[in-house]
Write a new protein. Structure first.
Length: 449
């Protein structure tokens, strides 16, 4: 397959305001491609930082970005990679990405349905969920289908969409828009148990130490036992009338679970009994269009070395003491993507299409790299929604709805290369066993190596 440089395709981001209203969605990028011309000297700073008072900290100019060595993760068993969402520095083969295989998983995204579930990879298989809640399993080696299971109840509306999947202990746990949680045999697709939920779910579950954690669209955290689906405990948050389409998967580490609600609340609980440990709010005071004023925490929170790191759409990013609560630092960044932690640095993608490198210790900015916000920058047409970043083999991979993959240096923010992907996608890539997997908007599961 020969790829050509340049954007292609588009998609739309959907906003739920009582009913769903559509807003333009965006494009994506990958990493191992031909290098561009060397970037111009100087700091890469978006012009938007002036009005937002966002700037690189000059005191970090002499601080080198040192990252942990890349490692070969065999699995990407849950959204975010694992239950903590801290994956550090992954490894993949060098060179340009090439498609290894591609399969059609079923119903694609359209004006009524959306693909919200990211694929997961475990034990030599790749699992995916289409826009009609059909779950399927494929061989990671060649993409051959292993099984397929339609979880839509006979009496339910086929137009409902959302939910997600997670693998643990030989089971595939599935949250659905039908207010049901399923556990399937990961080898056969047989339903091992199903349990009712108090409301539909848009986001994927998290699984840790025999417990399943799900968040419903009306901000309820419900915890089930992985072995038989019995309800262990729950928490009811404040229901919001408006929010971004989708939701956030809880982060879990030991006795700590972090839930992020569409209200902008970030809550910490003891996993054993649901006892509240602390509460914070990332609602912020963002102003601008209707999307900017929503307080959702859409990006998954991260637990890393007893620190909780999260970013809200409302314009607050914060690092919080995981056990005691209390902010270690915060800043005025807003975004809908999961922060990526590696060593002493954090990488985050903002609502202004900027990839930013921050000091993990105090949140100061090391560098800023602006990505194009529109496919046609002159006419301001074709809004691009970027996803990521994912740190793989000394490259930050950012993808989006245009079908273009961009590789960014984690050390100085320079653009390392661009590569056109087979299809457009608004979901971030996942990486396992030195292979990159993407689920495109037209419901194609693509393996790249």
């Amino acid at each position: 397959m020969k790829w050509h440089w340049g954007p292609r395709g588009d998609a739309r981001l959907v906003l739920r305001i009582a009913a769903f209203a559509a807003v333009a969605l965006t494009a994506g990028c990958s990493w191992f491609g031909a290098s561009e011309k060397p970037p111009l000297p100087g700091d890469r700073v978006s012009a938007l930082q002036i009005s937002r008072q966002l700037a690189v900290d000059p005191d970090l100019a002499g601080t080198d970005v040192i990252l942990p060595a890349p490692y070969d993760n065999k699995d990407w068993a849950q959204p975010g990679g694992n239950q903590t969402h801290a994956m550090y520095h992954l490894k993949a083969a060098s060179g340009a990405l090439k498609q290894v295989w591609s399969v059609d998983i079923g119903a694609a995204a359209d004006d009524e349905n959306r693909l919200l579930a990211e694929p997961v990879v475990a034990d030599g298989a790749v699992y995916a969920m289409d826009a009609d809640s059909v779950v399927s399993a494929y061989s990671a080696a060649d993409g051959s289908q292993m099984w397929r299971a339609d979880l839509t109840p006979d009496d339910e509306d086929d137009n409902l969409f959302g939910g997600g999947i997670a693998w643990a202990e030989g089971k595939l746990v599935v949250s659905t828009p039908f207010a049901k949680v399923f556990a399937l045999d990961a080898k056969t697709g047989e339903v091992k148990w199903e349990a009712p939920a108090p409301a539909p779910m848009r986001s994927a579950p998290a699984v840790s130490d025999g417990r399943v954690f799900v968040i419903t669209i009306d901000n309820q955290l419900v915890v089930y036992a992985l072995d038989d689906g019995r309800k262990l405990w729950s928490n009811a948050g404040v229901e919001e009338a408006a929010g971004l389409l989708g939701g956030s998967t809880p982060a879990v580490d030991g006795n700590l679970v972090i839930a992020a609600y569409t209200s902008g609340e970030l809550l910490a609980f003891d996993v054993t009994d649901g006892r509240s440990l602390w509460t914070d709010s990332l609602a912020g005071g963002a102003r601008g269009n209707a999307v900017a004023t929503l307080t959702d925490i859409r990006g998954r929170p991260v637990i890393d070395r007893e620190m909780v790191i999260a970013i809200g759409n409302g314009g607050v990013m914060a690092a919080i003491d995981g056990q005691r609560g209390g902010r270690i630092w915060d800043n005025g960044l807003g975004g809908t993507q999961m922060p990526w932690v590696a060593g002493d640095f954090i990488y985050v993608l903002t609502n202004e299409s900027e990839v930013i490198c921050l000091s993990r210790q105090d949140g100061r900015i090391k560098w800023i790299t602006a990505l194009p916000q529109f496919e046609d920058e002159v006419e301001k047409d074709g809004r691009i929604y970027w996803s990521g970043p994912v740190l793989v083999s000394d490259r930050l991979l950012v993808t989006g709805s245009s079908g273009l993959a961009v590789a960014i240096s984690p050390y100085d923010g320079g653009i390392l290369g661009k590569q056109e992907l087979p299809d457009s996608s608004h979901l971030p890539p996942v990486v396992a066993d030195e292979t990159v997997y993407m689920l495109s908007d037209d419901a194609r599961l693509i393996a790249l190596k």
